[in-house]
Design a protein. Structure first.
Lengths: 405, 375
């Protein structure tokens, strides 16, 4: 997601320029706005409500990714470590708190100060603790959207609890913005969100082709708009453009990786600081990471005839809020749809809901598909725990094993 | 001090599950393991089953390494290891309550690998405030009740109400114990006091109540000399290092009160009696001391803890922190700041079950005690 990290290899994606422009404009508006409130929101949060209320959403996690990719994360994390935060807590949280305190980070002068916070725990419990700290530091109100975890089935009372919280969130936003929420505007935003999500799914689907027109490393970069600004028309325009370009690539047989030989699935948040080296490593071995469990997580399915109930349902069912055996079915589906030869899992010490269970998942995937899985131990932004030589060795051995199979 | 009942309870430390196994053998009841002090133990009890708490133990893990990464807390890793090694096979099922990300995933891994006949998840809200969350909590507890009924048999309102009473009795007795020690901690060493609470979750409640009553009667009738020990307050999740607490006593200090979930947080706040039992269980959840896994907008945990440290007349605090435990690690800087502001010195000890070095910790505690004595 860093402006420096586009165009990793192969034929560059032309739409990258537009994406960068879109994100730059978004951050400029967020930094310079005089009249729109700023809300910091978690990556799995229901941003549609903010867009409908003319609130500018700011994503510390997106910023965390930028800091990770531009390799400034450890320095920021050290600031919060000196404040007493353990090195074992999420590195996004550590670097974000460090950036808030120092007004530093990947955006000149730091992220724009929040007027209020929207925390949705459908991605982890960590965000609750992290946003509690932000609420104390900035002395601003925090809304917690509490989405009960799904272990086996989702009971009716869980959906109802989340739906009621959507109504409560509307009231909260009306208080904060002193504006009235209108269903018309919300339906408009929800429709744009659905359109963007459909287009994003369409983009991801083009990677089912052989050769794949892009890799998941490209998807990690091009996901920024769907995460941050879905519900706006600029995002719809952007994904139309990207989808068209990917479809053209498919028609012309242009692959992201020269002489694509192996197709792999990526699991977990990217290792942001190692994107380029990992991308090159896989590409030079003719291995293309065609899909991942991370960028597909933003395929939130909203039904226009009942947006609130369907949103409550969709936001509760996201990939990180379901049990590992339900995740497994989705993982197998990805493996099959993308005709993958193997699975690469990033065991991310910063993200327990994503990582604990991977050992079981890896075995189950191999058992059910006959395809091997590789587990890489790392951290999404804290490069201090990363051993490039070790990872290289393991990846090369893994690809060699694919050759033999 | 304390007499036979105390000795009987303290002997349990050698084999914490012996009492539960014996009870099962004697009564033929079902045993349900549970992890967190937010679990609705009364419901299991009301069904005629025995709820028994699992909090890991000091052991080097082997089998759980195939399921959990090394950056997962020792409580999860050692508990799973015990289950996979068959050491919990006297349990018929296990119950998880939604707390942290690690326990949430452990529940999945446990359900798929540990091989118990029944697996319960009580997905309590993370918001522990407001009508919406309260209503949801009630519905979730009712759903759990139905699930337990399928396996354990009927749980009537009457049975549930009498279990609530029995559990309240236990809470009152433990609160009395802590009150006695607050007045004079020399009546019982801190490690033994904490074990009296811990053992409550390891045996049938009416049996525990009977023993506690005896212990309390003995403690009240014996005249303790007072010992001038430095009063400390413990903060953390589970504290199960008895040799650590003994060492604290050895160096002239004692834990007079705590926020451990096998300590004060296990027994604080009684459930209202006589009304709808589900409402009563929820009411207690709502009124209890804040847990770092739950979101309390109105009740700042740091301020509450600073107040409680003052009430306990503790001169210092020990943060007992499981390595890789995010909820407690996130709260640490802010709680420490509140204690600093109140002039309460503290130390943070980061530990993993199975690799605790008492000697290293002794130096840290000694330094704290010296600071307090010197001031």
């Amino acid at each position: 997601m860093s402006p420096d990290d586009g165009d990793l290899f192969g034929t560059s994606i032309k739409a990258t320029e537009q994406m960068k422009q879109l994100m730059v404009e978004y951050y400029i508006e967020a930094k310079t706005t005089k009249d729109k409130p700023i809300c910091w929101i978690t990556s799995g949060g229901p941003v549609e409500f903010l867009i409908a209320m003319d609130v500018i959403p700011v994503y510390p996690e997106n910023h965390g990714a930028m800091c990770g990719a531009s390799k400034i994360a450890p320095g920021l994390a050290e600031v919060s470590e000196e404040m007493g935060f353990s090195r074992d807590v999420c590195s996004y949280a550590r670097l974000d708190i460090g950036a808030a305190v120092t007004e530093g980070g990947a955006i000149p002068g730091g992220l724009p100060r929040p007027d209020f916070l929207l925390c949705c725990n459908n991605i982890c419990g960590t965000v609750v603790k992290w946003y509690e700290e932000l609420a104390r530091f900035f002395n601003v109100p925090m809304f917690l959207m509490d989405t009960p975890f799904i272990h086996t089935t989702k009971p009716e009372h869980a959906t109802e609890y989340v739906r009621q919280q959507c109504l409560e969130l509307i009231k909260f936003l009306e208080q904060q913005t002193k504006k009235e929420f209108t269903l018309e505007k919300f339906a408009e935003v929800a429709l744009l969100s659905v359109q963007a999500v459909e287009l994003w799914k369409g983009v991801l689907k083009t990677a089912e082709s052989r050769p794949s027109p892009f890799t998941c490393f490209d998807a990690f970069i091009h996901m920024a708009p769907i995460v941050t600004l879905r519900g706006t028309s600029t995002v719809v325009d952007y994904y139309m453009l990207l989808k068209k370009e990917m479809e053209e690539r498919v028609e012309q047989g242009i692959g992201a990786v020269a002489e694509e030989k192996y197709r792999l699935i990526w699991d977990n948040i990217p290792i942001w600081y190692a994107m380029r080296s990992l991308g090159n490593l896989f590409a030079s071995n003719h291995a293309c990471l065609v899909a991942d469990t991370y960028t597909t997580a933003w395929a939130i399915d909203i039904k226009i005839d009942d947006p609130l109930t369907s949103m409550a349902d969709a936001y509760t069912k996201v990939y990180l809020n379901i049990a590992i055996d339900i995740m497994l079915d989705q993982l197998i589906d990805l493996m099959e749809r993308y005709q993958a030869d193997g699975l690469v899992m990033h065991s991310n010490r910063s993200c327990k809901p994503y990582s604990l269970g991977q050992y079981d998942l890896a075995r189950a995937v191999t058992e059910r598909t006959g395809k091997p899985a590789l587990i890489i131990e790392a951290d999404m932004t804290d490069s201090r725990v990363y051993s490039e030589a070790q990872v290289r060795e393991r990846v090369e051995a893994f690809i060699e094993s694919l050759e033999g199979s | 001090m304390g007499g036979d009942a105390l000795k009987k309870l303290l002997d349990m430390r050698q084999d914490p599950y012996a009492a539960a196994r014996a009870y099962k053998e004697r009564t033929g009841c079902k045993v349900m393991g549970f992890f967190c002090c937010l679990a609705p133990e009364e419901m299991i009890h009301a069904a005629g089953a025995l709820p028994v708490r699992i909090t890991g133990e000091n052991r080097a893990v082997s089998k759980s390494g195939a399921h959990l990464q090394s950056y997962c807390c020792s409580l999860a890793r050692t508990s799973l290891d015990m289950a996979l090694d068959g050491e919990l096979s006297f349990m018929d099922g296990t119950v998880f309550t939604h707390t942290c990300d690690t326990m949430m995933r452990l529940s999945d891994i446990w359900r798929l690998n540990a091989g118990f006949a029944v697996h319960g998840d009580v997905v309590l809200p993370v918001r522990f405030e407001g009508d919406l969350a309260r209503e949801y909590a009630g519905k979730e507890l009712s759903a759990f009740r139905h699930k337990m009924e399928e396996f354990l048999g009927p749980i009537t309102d009457d049975a549930l109400n009498s279990s609530i009473k029995l559990y309240n009795r236990n809470r009152r007795l433990l609160a009395e114990l802590y009150a006695l020690r607050r007045d004079d901690p020399s009546i019982l060493p801190g490690d033994q006091a904490l074990w009296l609470v811990t053992s409550s979750a390891l045996m049938e409640k009416s049996e525990h109540n009977a023993l506690l009553e005896e212990v309390l009667a003995d403690l009240k009738s014996s005249s303790a000399p007072g010992n001038g020990k430095v009063r400390l307050f413990g903060i953390g999740s589970v504290m199960d290092q008895w040799d650590f607490l003994e060492m604290v006593e050895d160096i002239g200090a004692t834990m007079v009160d705590d926020d451990f979930c096998n300590g004060r947080r296990y027994f604080d706040t009684e459930a209202p009696e006589g009304g709808d039992p589900i409402e009563s269980i929820v009411a207690r959840l709502w009124d209890r001391q804040a847990c770092p896994c739950k979101h309390h907008e109105q009740r700042g945990r740091a301020a509450c803890l600073a107040d409680r440290v003052a009430e306990a007349r503790a001169a210092g605090a020990v943060f007992w922190q499981f390595k890789f435990c995010e909820p407690h690690a996130f709260d640490y800087p802010y709680v420490k700041k509140a204690l600093d502001a109140a002039g309460v010195p503290s130390i943070q000890l980061e530990i993993e079950q199975g690799s605790v070095s008492i000697e290293q910790l002794r130096t840290r505690v000694e330094a704290l005690v010296e600071t307090i004595r010197g001031s």
